[in-house]
Write a new protein. Structure first.
Ligand SMILES: Cc1ncc(COP(=O)(O)O)c(C=O)c1O
Length: 474
């Protein structure tokens, strides 16, 4: 079966995806073409996507139709666009080159996901949950707040961490991604500013941008945050919200230092900025140790949680912990989106929280083994890469020296390996020389993947490939 044609990209969506694309050192048409190519290669635009009509995009960007026509012509000439009279211009990949969405269909080893397979006790948890179904048979299941039993278990978990929480403050969602969507739409109006760590979780950029947020990137180093820089950015820009991952940030693995937590919460309060704290990765501690949850430091913090990384992503269970008045606003948004989360999974989640200590014990051992295996492989096969060893999370954020990961992704595909170019974790084409390497795979897959990556890096590093990568795009 041939893959379905992706929907056309509207002028407004394309303008949001383009971000800050102008380059002082390049003619406008060329910078525009280069940015569209980047979006295609790192998977933000799929091959076969129809671009907006030249006139419509020109109007939206405040540019002449001729400039857009020149950008499209340059893309066409370089093999990234086909135009058929009457059916518009569609993106395409020239021979040999592959975008991320194309990699998805064809690779044998897939290093694109920072996830693990299910917790081995999951079958027993489901069996136990099925036995409990009769207790819920009289409920309709149309419950946008979430099963009381699960909300109580989640609230108790916060209380155990020193964060006073009532079940009314919890909304059960279909994963943390859904939670972020709901919070974005309840909190942020189009055009408002939102601080985001840079790099950050790829789909957070998508969700916030789709909600019309103007993103303010805050650089994060592998060692962690520069809180003075964050405070200054908050003070100057006064964003409506800040989306942050204080524990084992995805993709860098960095954590906010214990001594900086209160300073950040205070700086946000002074700037009138709501902190949206994504704790999806916070359970992935390998050898760091417990730190204070930001919600323990301020009542105004909104926290997102998920069982996706530690129990099983396929359950699609996440949640929001928010101040009570915001809960009502989020629920009002939710009723226009969906009408609740599947009840069996909510029962399983409540049982998984009961057993959370053994779940986390199992994951910790697994994370440590696979991290150490991957680090060992990189030290052996990429001695020229300086590998920063993370103390938690599910991936390494590897600097690739002079190698472009857009080019590496293409070469890796030829070796049967799918990777995501680093640009997917940033805005405006940043992080092309970074690679997120998740370690949630078997040792055999990690070994096969790193060997394939080595062959790909050698191919990209060859003089002919380097010429191709650094040629002007158009
Ligand atoms: C930081 C972060 N937030 C949210 C999500 C989405 O989580 P869920 O599977 O619960 O929707 C992920 C998944 O990768 C993540 O890494």
């Amino acid at each position: 079966m041939s893959p379905a044609t992706p929907p056309p990209v509207s002028p407004s969506r394309l303008v949001r995806a383009l971000g800050d694309w102008q380059r002082p050192d390049q003619p406008t048409y060329r910078a525009l073409a280069a940015r569209i190519r980047l979006l295609l290669l790192d998977g933000r635009l799929a091959a076969d996507t129809r671009l907006p009509a030249e006139r419509d995009l020109g109007t939206r960007l405040g540019l002449s139709r001729n400039t857009i026509a020149a950008a499209y012509a340059a893309l066409r000439e370089a093999g990234y666009l086909t135009s058929v009279r009457g059916s518009g211009s569609r993106l395409c990949l020239p021979g040999g080159e592959r975008g991320e969405s194309d990699l998805l269909r064809t690779s044998a080893i897939d290093f694109r996901r920072a996830t693990f397979t299910a917790y081995p006790g999951i079958t027993d948890l489901y069996a136990e949950a099925v036995e409990r179904i009769p207790d819920h048979i009289n409920e309709s299941g149309y419950d946008i707040h979430g099963l009381p039993l699960l909300r109580e278990a989640i609230a108790a978990h916060y209380v155990g961490r020193g964060i006073p929480t009532t079940p009314e403050q919890i909304i059960v969602t279909s994963g943390a991604q859904h939670a972020l969507h709901l919070v974005t739409h309840a909190l942020i109006r189009p055009g408002e500013r939102v601080l985001i760590e840079h790099p950050s979780y790829a789909h957070a950029f998508d969700t916030l941008a789709a909600g019309g947020a103007r993103l303010l990137p805050l650089p994060i180093e592998p060692e962690g945050w520069d809180v003075a820089a964050a405070t200054e950015l908050l003070r100057r820009a006064r964003p409506s919200a800040a989306y942050i991952m204080p524990d084992f940030q995805n993709p860098s693995g960095a954590s906010l230092a214990e001594e900086d937590r209160l300073a950040l919460v205070r700086a946000a309060a002074q700037a009138g900025t709501t902190l949206i704290v994504d704790e999806t990765t916070s359970w992935l501690d390998i050898d760091r140790g417990e730190r204070t949850g930001l919600a323990a430091l301020s009542r105004d913090v909104v926290t997102l949680g998920s069982l996706g990384k530690v129990v099983w992503g396929a359950m699609r269970i996440g949640w929001i912990r928010a101040p009570r008045p915001l809960v009502d606003r989020i629920l009002a948004v939710r009723s226009g989106v969906d009408l609740g989360t599947a009840i069996l999974e909510q029962i399983v989640a409540s049982l998984a929280l009961r057993d959370i200590d053994s779940v986390l014990g199992f994951r910790r051992t697994q994370l440590r083994d696979s991290r150490d295996h991957l680090v060992g492989l990189l030290n052996e096969h990429f001695p020229e890469w300086n590998t920063h060893v993370v103390n938690g999370g599910m991936s390494l954020w590897q600097h690739t020296g002079t190698i472009s990961t857009l080019a590496l992704a293409d070469a890796a595909r030829a070796e049967g390996l799918a990777i995501i170019p680093g640009t997917r974790f940033g805005v405006d084409g940043a992080f092309d020389n970074y690679l997120r390497l998740p370690f949630g795979y078997t040792n055999a897959d990690l070994t096969a993947g790193v060997l394939a990556l080595r062959r790909a890096a050698d191919a990209v590093g060859s003089p002919s490939a380097q010429r191709r990568v650094f040629e002007p795009v158009v």
